[in-house]
Write a protein that binds this ligand. Sequence first.
Ligand code: R2B
Ligand code: URA
Length: 311
Amino acid sequence: MDPSDDTQSAPYSSPVCVHNPHLDSLKDDILYHFSLGTRTHNLPAMFGDVKFVCVGGSAWRMKSFIEYIAAELKMEDPKADYPNICAGTDRYAMYKIGPVLSVSHGMGIPSIAIMLHELIKLLHHAHCTDVTIIRIGTSGGVGLEPGTVVVTKQSVDATFQPKFEQMILGKMVVRNTDLDEGLAEELLQCSKELNQFKTVIGNTMCTLDFYEGQARLDGAFCSYTEKDKQEYLIKAREAGVCNIEMESSVFAAMCKLSGLRAAVVCVTLLNRLKGDQMTSSHEVLQAYQQHPQILVSYYIKKHLKAKVERN
Ligand code: R2B
Ligand code: URA
């Protein structure tokens, strides 16, 4: 359907795309790491109404997010404990309330990539349309006050290039890491309305490692000096890098390929120009991790309210 053709009666809706002809010949598509499948589960009935997907590293945080948004949307049942839809496996955890799905992805590119293959197939098999997906995570800030939220403009690699490299059949395939600019701007606007914590838009560097890959001096191995580290991080900052984490590049690449409207919203837990270790208390770190949840919940609430007012 042509989205610009308003003579058609049905509103344009954007599907979740897979690009794999082999899937058509599968009688049952087993989403192994979710412990779900197309023959064992009625995916359209379970997930067909999903409009917002939030993903984050830790299973615990994604459960706390669903509890928080359920209360915000006034959909909570005080008696209910939100069941983990992926209880048949301990690889990932998944929770749902109304149109919101919350999924954990573990740490690093390989872990989130496996989860996203299965999540994209799940949304496709469930015939979901117009889905917005947001990674809510943690990161190390570059020259920012801890607790600041960074909405990613571009995800860049360790050489500050906006690309994701995937080895396929022994050949390097380079994928684009563009995120949805309009969504990033909307999230920034929401944070202004909320006025609870500082939020910036900037580039996010995605690395393959937490220690040497992020120029830390406190790993088991380190072959560079404090000066080398500072020079690298200053170069990163000059390239527009505001924060460093470990999943945004493949997240951006895979969401773009499947037509999902995507954003990355990470809080900074420390200022990497000042140190490497997490010295803040557990309580302070927990409070920082609420910031992306508060911002994204506000955004979702605002959208759902606007939809009710339109109808
Ligand atoms: C942020 O935090 C994790 C490392 O501590 C990693 O998953 C990331 O991207
Ligand atoms: N996550 C990262 O990947 N790096 C940090 O410094 C903090 C959180």
